[in-house]
Ligand binder design. Structure first.
Ligand code: EPS
Length: 394
């Protein structure tokens, strides 16, 4: 069965829609669980005034009845409350009465680092708002809603995904080993989703300083998925490799510039004997430097990914640009925005990992009903156990 998802919606348009296809029938779902993820995404110190306006909640449009999925496409809608203030600017109709010859709030001074310039040229638009409204990270609301349904599926198989902020504005958190469990309970208790209180204090100070200077900050989030069985993804073809699929999904998050798995770039600096994870009796691993995949397949160890986000490109102290209407040098457009969205990006990254893992799980064990998927997983796990060498610790 094809598993796919897509989103529609502009930042200040009427609302956002997420469509998820290929979920088996019989999966218990609830708006409360999805909304809890949306609420986590809205948080984080350094967000702008927009998050005080919105109160993101889904409405089920299709695919769910009596608290369970039907196996049909699932559609979810989140209204933009801010639409009220943008109706004339964003109206789909050509003839909105009070706007005169041109729509208000046109953007002709593209922001370096945003989609404004390349998008305006590519799509042949005079007003870069036609580009930035869709390039906005507001779209990730619909991703998180779809990811939340995937998390509910993964939960049925003991797979749990969490994240924490490892670095923000150049401040690195001390690494906690082992990580707290449940990870998200600990991370969500921090306003920057950081597990190190000293680093948290310094990150908040840097966000305040950046805000005062009209600047923005990036950072690094670590995402951890526990409980994935060995063998999701495949070595046989480039587009089935799970590490590649995870990297693509995470790189598609607005402002994300890099993804590492396990040791990541550090592996390139070490000798082989200091990189690879030795195999112990019972087929356990001495270490997990690989970060949970080998040959494009899960190893059964935790998946550990790090995701780097650049600073948001809307600066209140703007950079140089060119006005596309006149060709004259200008200052880039400033719009209300966030100082940093790194804590929220962690929640979005969890959703993207959930989408990739759900797809890979259903690819391998797919069935029309949850009961069928469960039988397939149980049969496979019995096969894996039977392959574990005799006399080994299990
Ligand atoms: C964003 C700009 C800000 C952010 C927005 C992403 O919105 P606004 O221009 O309305 O102030 O708050 O993020 C969200 C609305 C969200 O829900 O995450 C941008 O330009 O990408």
């Amino acid at each position: 069965m094809t598993f796919r998802f897509t989103t529609a919606g502009e930042s200040h348009g009427r609302g956002l829609v997420g469509i998820l296809e290929g979920m088996p029938a019989g999966l218990p779902v609830s708006a409360e669980r999805v909304n809890a993820e949306l609420k986590r995404r809205m948080g984080g110190y350094g967000r702008g005034a927009r998050m005080k306006i919105e109160s993101d909640q889904i409405e089920w449009l299709a695919g769910v009845r009596a608290g369970e999925t039907l196996g049909s496409p699932i559609a979810m809608l989140v209204w933009n409350r801010d639409w009220e203030h943008w109706q004339d600017v964003m109206a789909p109709e050509a003839d909105v009465a009070d706007r005169g010859a041109e729509r208000r709030r046109q953007v002709t001074r593209p922001r370096p680092g945003h989609a404004d310039l390349a998008g305006s040229l590519k799509y042949d638009r005079q007003d870069a708002r036609d580009i930035l409204e869709r390039a906005s990270a507001r779209e990730t609301v619909a991703r998180v809603a779809c990811g939340a349904v995937c998390k509910l599926l993964l939960e049925q198989f003991g797979i749990e995904i969490g994240s924490h902020v490892a670095e923000l504005g150049g401040v690195a958190a001390k690494y906690l080993s082992p990580l707290p469990s449940p990870l998200n309970e600990a991370a969500d208790a921090s306003p920057v989703r950081c597990l190190d209180p000293d680093a948290e204090r310094e990150m908040i100070a840097r966000i305040d300083a950046a805000k005062a200077a009209g600047d923005t900050l990036g950072g690094v989030v670590e995402v951890v998925a526990l409980g994935a069985p060995v063998g999701l993804g495949s070595h046989v073809s480039w587009d089935r490799k799970l590490d590649g699929r995870l990297a693509q999904a995470l790189m598609s998050i607005p402002a994300v510039k890099g993804v590492e798995l396990g040791l990541g770039f550090e592996a390139a600096r070490r000798k082989g004997s200091e990189v690879h994870d030795e195999i112990l009796p019972g087929l356990a691993r001495a270490t997990n430097r690989a970060g949970g995949t080998e040959g494009g397949m899960t190893t059964g160890e935790p998946l550990v990914l790090r995701v780097a986000m650049k600073p948001i490109s809307t600066l209140m102290s703007p950079l140089k640009t060119v006005d596309l209407k006149t060709g004259a040098p200008a200052q880039a457009q400033s719009e209300r925005s966030d100082v940093t969205a790194v804590p929220a990006m962690g929640v979005i990254a969890e959703a993207m990992v959930a989408l990739v893992l759900a797809q890979a799980l259903l690819e391998k064990f797919g069935g029309d009903a949850l009961s069928e998927v469960k039988r397939n997983v149980a049969g496979y796990m019995a096969q894996v156990r039977a392959r574990t060498p005799k006399g080994a610790a299990s």
